[in-house]
Design a protein around this ligand. Structure first.
Ligand SMILES: N[C@@H](CCC(=O)N[C@@H](CS)C(=O)NCC(=O)O)C(=O)O
Length: 340
């Protein structure tokens, strides 16, 4: 059938975009027929009007419009293809914790991705040229350098908006090392956060780590400290051959999963709370102090929504899964952020 038949998903993204890598890996694992298309200067006009203009963009079979935002897209794909290699655990308690870890990866680990990429000279040079090669395929020589520089300048200018400042660097780097150490003790071709099949939480971590395992500085850290995790990232990029099971409801969580939840309670949830409180007070900035040092950034509306969405999901739990989840959140220091 010709491409014009428009009978497959069309996924537009770039190879250096963590959320594009995340959604592509989800679609591969779920065996959803799709075409992966690099978004370049040649096809940019096709998506100029998409709002917000973020990558990845997904066009459904038979439709003309593109949709954005990997998390709601992942859930919508669940609704469209129920029972087909789902990435959401069946047990509501596990599904909630899976969502929490995905949110941490998307909104907190991404700070490590952005920080390493645009802070160190070697990474800036490498990433900017990589992105130019993928997005501006018709540039060569000095023109390619100019495209790379223009993109790097734009991204570096955005660093304070997402909290990637020199003052926040020790906190961001510390959390990256700790996430690696935790994953290293768990992951393999057959081992994931919630069983022997990958979940939305695994794919959230995967997206950020895919980029972090390619940019030179974090790649060197990963190879020195967590090479098995680097192997896992390569494996999860195409897990269409993996067949596994979820953990049984109420079973003990792997220590790495508990550790990641603990880290979420230590870093991510206090960050979300401080952001939401400052947003409510109409303040432009917020700050907090971690064991590794101070952290401050401008308030972010999207992340205020992340906290209310997490609380809504927790509030919807009831019965045994609700009690079990409450106990896990208590054990990992996350509960205070849900019991207001
Ligand atoms: N919450 C969104 C975030 C998407 C996002 O921030 N994408 C980045 C690339 S990884 C982007 O398009 N940034 C705007 C730009 O580069 O112009 C998702 O999960 O898809």
């Amino acid at each position: 059938m010709s491409a014009a038949a428009n009978d497959r998903y069309r996924l537009l993204g770039t190879l250096g975009s963590p959320y594009s890598m995340k959604l592509r890996a989800i679609m591969r694992y779920r065996r959803l027929p799709h075409d992966w298309v690099l978004r370049t200067t040649r096809n940019r006009a096709e998506t100029e009007d998409v709002k917000p203009n973020l990558l990845p963009m997904l066009r459904y079979p038979g439709e003309r419009r593109y949709r954005v935002d990997s998390t709601p897209l992942a859930y919508d794909l669940e609704a469209r293809h129920p029972g087909q290699r789902s990435i959401i655990p069946d047990d509501p308690g596990l599904a909630f914790l899976c969502h929490l870890l995905e949110d941490m990866a998307d909104e907190w680990l991404t700070k490590a991705m952005f920080h390493y990429r645009w802070f160190y000279a070697a990474d800036i040079d490498y990433a900017a040229h990589w992105i130019a090669d993928d997005g501006f395929p018709d540039t060569r020589g000095p023109e390619r350098d100019a495209a790379a520089k223009q993109f790097a300048d734009r991204q570096i200018g955005r660093m304070p908006i997402v909290g990637c400042t020199p003052e926040n660097a020790p906190v961001i780097e510390d959390s990256f090392h700790r996430i690696l150490a935790l994953l290293e003790s768990r992951v393999s071709v057959y081992d994931f956060l919630f069983g022997s099949r990958p979940s939305l939480g695994d794919f959230g971590l995967f997206g950020q780590l895919k980029t972090l395992s390619t940019d030179p500085t974090p790649m060197a850290i990963m190879r020195a400290e967590a090479m098995k995790t680097e192997s896992w990232v390569r494996q999860l990029d195409d897990a269409s051959g993996i067949e596994g099971e979820w953990l049984a409801p109420g079973a003990d969580l792997p220590p790495a999963t508990l550790g990641l939840l603990q880290l979420t309670g230590e870093y991510y949830l206090p960050f979300l709370l401080a952001n939401a409180a400052a947003t409510e007070r109409g303040e432009k900035m917020f700050s907090l102090t971690y064991a590794k040092g101070p952290y401050s950034q401008g308030t972010f509306g999207y992340q205020a929504k992340c906290l209310s969405d997490l609380r809504r999901r927790f509030g919807e739990l009831s019965g045994k899964p609700g009690e079990w989840t409450r106990a896990v959140l208590q054990q990992t220091g996350c509960l205070p952020y849900f019991s207001t």
